[in-house]
Design a protein around this ligand. Sequence first.
Ligand SMILES: Cc1cc2nc3c(=O)[nH]c(=O)nc-3n(C[C@H](O)[C@H](O)[C@H](O)COP(=O)(O)O)c2cc1C
Length: 200
Amino acid sequence: MNIYEAVKQRRSIRRFKNKAVPYAALEKCIDAARLAPCGRNQQVGEYIVINDSEVLPGIFENIGGSIKLPPDKGGPRPDQAPKAYTIVLINKNREVDANRRRVSLVDLGMAAENIILAAWEQGIGCCPLLFFDEANIRPLLEIPEEYDIALVIAMGYPDESPVADVATDSTNIFVDDKLVRHVPKRKLADVIHRNKFGGK
Ligand SMILES: Cc1cc2nc3c(=O)[nH]c(=O)nc-3n(C[C@H](O)[C@H](O)[C@H](O)COP(=O)(O)O)c2cc1C
């Protein structure tokens, strides 16, 4: 699988096989994250990887969005819940000035995509999540005050195959009557501007 193929095939996965994700696979993802581009090479990111079956349910209780839809609406059955998570942390001591947060969030978006692609290559699907309850997750994972949570990434071996459709009016994702998730993506011609804004 080359990088372009991985980028084209990757979809967010919200239903997972009942199969543990080995620590070595997660470690490889974080190795990819730490090498991502970042402003001034400041490397504010640190990562908690979770695959302990005793810790997973507490995280699942504190995430949201489509990954928490009921099973008949495309969400996971209990056995299809995520089998691992990466908690993407911002080490505030490495944010040298007050305007740094915008850079940190871009940095960690890039690191997150590295994680997701390194996972995909290993057959592991991911769903990045901004719906999470930071106040509840912090004590569960003993996260110190000098760290903020930027993103949670749910992970596991895919038990669904979402498809990218061509968006017409709406970009809302939906699940059809066979529980296949459809992800409308805007057409290339609608998002590219050649040499000047609006250039064809
Ligand atoms: C910054 C960000 C936050 C997201 N937050 C959530 C979330 O809280 N819950 C969820 O189910 N999906 C979440 N997603 C996944 C998006 O819904 C998904 O990426 C989008 O529908 C496009 O689908 P695709 O990833 O398969 O291309 C998030 C994605 C991103 C990039």
